[in-house]
Design a protein around this ligand. Structure first.
Ligand SMILES: [Ca+2]
Ligand SMILES: [Ca+2]
Length: 165
């Protein structure tokens, strides 16, 4: 019921971009200095964008909706995003999510500022082949890919911040 209500609300807001998706109870505790820890206190909604964009264009598109490319902090979230892609794309499409090592090679960061603790790299990845700095979520895991490639993407919008006393 909650999902339907939220979906209806967000569909109204973001009908141009994509269908609104799954809710996830996630994460956020402030933890200086470089990244923010996740917690179960935050709700996010994931949106599949079936337009072929570069990684930077995809992030800008997410920001224009008030979010970022999705960060993924658990196998459960990875699986949730994969289910979303399968359902919305009607195929097992690859997609951009919010990780990159553009700032420092081999130091992966999420565009939403959360800490990059969890990963689901496929065997042999990331390999930086031909200078690959952006994170693609593939069917069974993650790969680094050239940021200029164009493909669908997954945004995440924070719906709820708990009150901090
Ligand atoms: Ca790289
Ligand atoms: Ca690669």
């Amino acid at each position: 019921m909650k999902l339907l209500t939220v979906s209806a609300l967000l569909c109204g807001l973001f009908a141009l971009t994509a269908a609104v998706e799954e809710l996830e109870d996630v994460v956020k505790r402030t933890s200086p200095p470089f990244c923010t820890e996740s917690s179960k206190l935050q709700q996010r909604v994931f949106i599949f964008v079936d337009k072929k964009l570069t990684w930077a264009e995809a992030e800008s598109n997410c920001v224009s909706m008030g979010g970022h490319l999705a960060s993924v902090h658990s196998l459960a979230t990875h699986n949730l995003v994969r289910r979303l892609i399968k359902r919305r794309a009607n195929r097992n499409s690859n997609a951009w999510i919010g990780g990159s090592d553009q700032s420092w090679e081999s130091v992966w960061q999420w565009t939403d500022g959360t800490c990059f603790h969890y990963n689901k790299w496929l065997t042999g990845q990331p390999n930086n082949s031909g200078n690959q700095d952006c994170l693609q979520i593939s069917l069974n895991g993650w790969e680094d890919r050239r940021c200029s490639c164009r493909q669908p993407s997954v945004c995440a919008l924070v719906l709820f911040y708990p009150l901090v006393r």
